[in-house]
Design a binder for this molecule. Sequence first.
Ligand SMILES: Cc1cc2nc3c(=O)[nH]c(=O)nc-3n(C[C@H](O)[C@H](O)[C@H](O)COP(=O)(O)OP(=O)(O)OC[C@H]3O[C@@H](n4cnc5c(N)ncnc54)[C@H](O)[C@@H]3O)c2cc1C
Length: 401
Amino acid sequence: MRIVVIGGGQAAASAIRRLRQLGYDGDILLVSREPFPPYERPPLSKSHLAIGAANEPKMIFPEDFWEENAVDLRLSEEVQSIDVETNSVLVGTKKISFDHLILATGASPRKFPDQMTKGLNGTHQLRNVADANRLRSQLNPGRSLVLVGGGFIGMELAATARQLGLTVTVIERDERILNRVASTQLSNIIRQWHLENDVTLIEGQETTGFLGTKNVTGVQLSNGAEVCADLVVLGIGVIPDCALANAAGLQVDNGVLVDDYGSTNRSGIWAAGDCASFSFEGRMVRLENVQNAIDQAENVAENILGANKKYTPTPTFWSNQYDHIVQIVGLYQPGMITVCRQSSGRLSFWHYSYNNLKAVEVIDDPKTFAIARRLLTDGRSPAPELVADDDRILKEFLRSA
Ligand SMILES: Cc1cc2nc3c(=O)[nH]c(=O)nc-3n(C[C@H](O)[C@H](O)[C@H](O)COP(=O)(O)OP(=O)(O)OC[C@H]3O[C@@H](n4cnc5c(N)ncnc54)[C@H](O)[C@@H]3O)c2cc1C
């Protein structure tokens, strides 16, 4: 049997590790556009940009993992197409057949139209190590950086750039930073960290144009204002890489559509990670985080080997900014009832829908996070008024909720 994996990120790596852990001893072929074996993306907006950091990314597995696990690693290569009739992929000019195919193609940064960015030098995006190295060479103290987009990547970059001594402005189109991914309460705390670190935040303003002739000199906002910049990073979200799936006639809708088991509408073709769209709590979602890439890919590997196991994730995300760590479990949605808990000076926000605990956001408190994650994984819902009582010991909820 041959399993072909397209994509060289976390999902690809995790699927392969699980296949071998479970004793699969057939062929595995990994095709990745990138020149490196799968590496960790989270450091790219954080430690990788620090002065003196290595140019090479932090690998997910030790160097010898690939050989020891007999993985045919095709780096700097690309799958051009999938033929669902013959169960084969085209890599360069070669057709390679498969018994199972895993799409782990990830996502790419959303772009502004070319007529808007005008090919100006100094306009960056951040998804891979080449992007990060290019950006790092420009992050010199005293320069002014404009970040378009106040999502997690934008805010992490703002923190990193301030620590490197740049002047930083974040421009967010929505009424507040982190609107799509965090509660108002958490956004407010994170906003405060950035204000204390002299980041300028402009919320509720769309970026309508880029200034400059050869090099970018600033951006223009919907209210007519102009913000000067020596360099600009666009952090306006990602688009799932599903062109291959689309061309092959697989079902695609904001991601490669997969069922509860990770299978596409074509038997033997699976998807996992940032590129996969699946049903979660009654709606279709794509989860753009490392934990999902690991868990969903492992679930697919198990199902390829016959486990027939539904994927029931507990969405989990973290972000580092300045000296803080934010951890989120579950999916927050506007309209949820929020309870704030403060124990030993540590804050967490507990979000409920109809008295059911749905998400918890935790600041600098891994212990509380671990308990919240267990509660959500077990489907337990401690009463909001008990959670709000700071004198209660959280561990009690694990026994009684
Ligand atoms: C800067 C940054 C910081 C982040 N920080 C965090 C964080 O703090 N916490 C967190 O949980 N998540 C974070 N994330 C998100 C997390 O890294 C992603 O969710 C995760 O990497 C998704 O893994 P994946 O394997 O699905 O996709 P990816 O890692 O995107 O990998 C997909 C790979 O497939 C390759 N590919 C695509 N099409 C083809 C093709 N046709 N042929 C060959 N290869 C192909 C791509 O080049 C890419 O290498 C961050 C992401 C970025 C970019």
